[in-house]
Design a protein around this ligand. Structure first.
Ligand SMILES: [Zn+2]
Length: 442
């Protein structure tokens, strides 16, 4: 229940704007969307206290509290990118073929450079600033095989208070020798990183086998051991992205029923396991993912760019599995989750499915938070949540401004934003209440 007067002890910051957030999946509940046209978000020590009508409350703010006045702008919870690779920031838009030769020609040569700490720090810093510039405040991030590449990205995120789920790539075969660890060193290095970073500030550690073809049985077994030995860890990997990859996995692991089953045999499915792509799965795989609590990261720009195939959002939803949206930079072609949602819409169209703007923005906020099991902390503006949010200026480009003028409903406006929006429309990004990016100051 909203109190009738502001307890001044519960407000050190207020934000005035239009607010949109979700309390549930809008496809499953008609009352999942909350939109406050002229709202006031009351914060205390970086956490949400309440979201109220501005007119009734603006005169009641305690003296000395900070007020961010974004009247006329749209504020949403910070975007959640459930799968991306920071070391691939500089190889985005490399003209190449499909997954396996693209890894060989671009990814592996690029990732070799992350043995150098100064290089890793510089790219990690750029990556985190680019996240903020696009309104993203939480991400599931791959580093490289080098432990120092993990220190670089957690260190860069810590400076900006970003929430990262990240880990050292584990890969002991089928890559250049300088990029390989061993089952033993992968385990030992990961364990040291877990002790250094997991639960430090907003950092969460993810055991990160690159994908089944790059991991021996002994390494996959070591991944399972790490998960068993440390409570609350994440697991992130790739599954069923590309047909040639799926065929290769069948050759490498002839005893497994499916690609997904390889991971299952080593105990790598469950809560806080996030798998990118999930394109070439069958119903049994989807059911198994849903039952285990694992999540799918839908990477539309990457899947189109590498010609991998079309993610089936309808089937995923029918199976009850958790789904988040993801940029998958650098096979993905944008850091912007707005642009990513536009491509997600087109992928669904090709499958004869509709992606409503509400569902799309749910996926980019609370849905992503659920996929990462962080919905107790982030994803909407419920009381107690961490106040990560993005300030969107729908008039920042002439085309979107003209289209919005002709839109009469909230859904029409959101759809235009999702199809035409990009980093130009991000006016500011706040993390734990504090403004960490402002377009005008940039
Ligand atoms: Zn990926």
């Amino acid at each position: 229940m909203i109190p009738s007067a502001l307890d001044h002890g519960n407000c050190d910051t207020a934000v005035r704007a239009s607010f949109l957030h979700f309390t549930a999946d809008p496809d499953l509940s008609g009352e999942a969307t909350e939109f406050v046209e002229d709202g006031l978000l009351i914060l205390k020590q970086g956490r949400v206290q309440m979201l109220v009508e501005a007119a009734a409350w603006i005169d009641d703010l305690p003296d000395g509290s900070a007020l961010y006045d974004y009247s006329g702008r749209l504020v949403m919870p910070g975007f959640v990118d459930t799968h991306t690779h920071y070391p691939q920031s500089d190889m985005i838009a490399s003209h190449g073929h499909q997954l396996l030769d693209w890894l060989e020609n671009y990814t592996f040569p690029t990732e070799l450079g992350f043995a150098d700490c100064a290089h890793a720090d510089e790219v990690a810093d750029f990556f985190c600033r680019e996240m903020l510039r696009n309104g993203t405040t939480t991400a599931g991030v791959f580093a490289t095989v080098h432990p120092q590449s993990v220190d670089a990205v957690f260190g860069a995120a810590e400076k900006l208070d970003l929430r990262l789920v990240a880990g050292k790539v584990m890969m002991d075969r089928h890559a250049p020798p300088a990029l390989l660890d061993t089952a033993e060193s992968g385990y030992t290095d990961s364990r040291a990183l877990i002790e250094r970073w997991h639960g430090k500030g907003r950092a969460k550690y993810a055991v990160t086998p690159r994908f089944a073809p790059s991991c021996s049985d002994a390494q996959l077994e070591a991944c399972g051991r790490l998960l068993q030995e440390h409570g609350g860890l994440y697991l992130q990997s790739h599954v069923a992205e590309n047909r040639a990859e799926v065929d290769w996995v069948a050759e490498l692991f002839p005893d497994s029923r499916s690609y997904l089953d390889v991971y299952d045999r080593y105990g790598l499915l469950g809560a806080r396991a996030i798998y990118a792509h999930c394109i070439h799965l069958d119903d049994a795989d989807r059911g198994r993912m849903a039952d285990s609590g694992a999540a799918m990261a839908f990477c539309p720009t990457s899947n189109l760019f590498l010609g991998s195939g079309l993610f089936d959002l309808g089937q995923a939803q029918a199976s009850g599995v958790r789904v988040g949206i993801a940029t998958d930079v650098g096979a993905g072609t944008s850091f912007s989750l707005l642009r990513t949602l536009a491509e997600a819409y087109k992928v669904c169209q090709l499958a004869g499915q509709d992606l409503s703007p509400r569902k799309a923005f749910y996926l980019a906020t609370l849905g992503g938070a659920r996929a990462l099991y962080l919905d107790d902390e982030i994803g909407n503006f419920e009381a107690g949540k961490e106040a990560d949010f993005v300030v969107l200026d729908l008039a920042a480009s002439e085309l979107l401004a003209r289209r919005i003028e002709r839109a009469s409903t909230l859904d029409e406006k959101l759809f235009a934003l999702m199809m035409l929006g990009d980093d130009r429309h991000v006016q500011a990004t706040h993390v734990m209440g504090r403004r960490q990016y402002s377009r005008s100051a940039a």
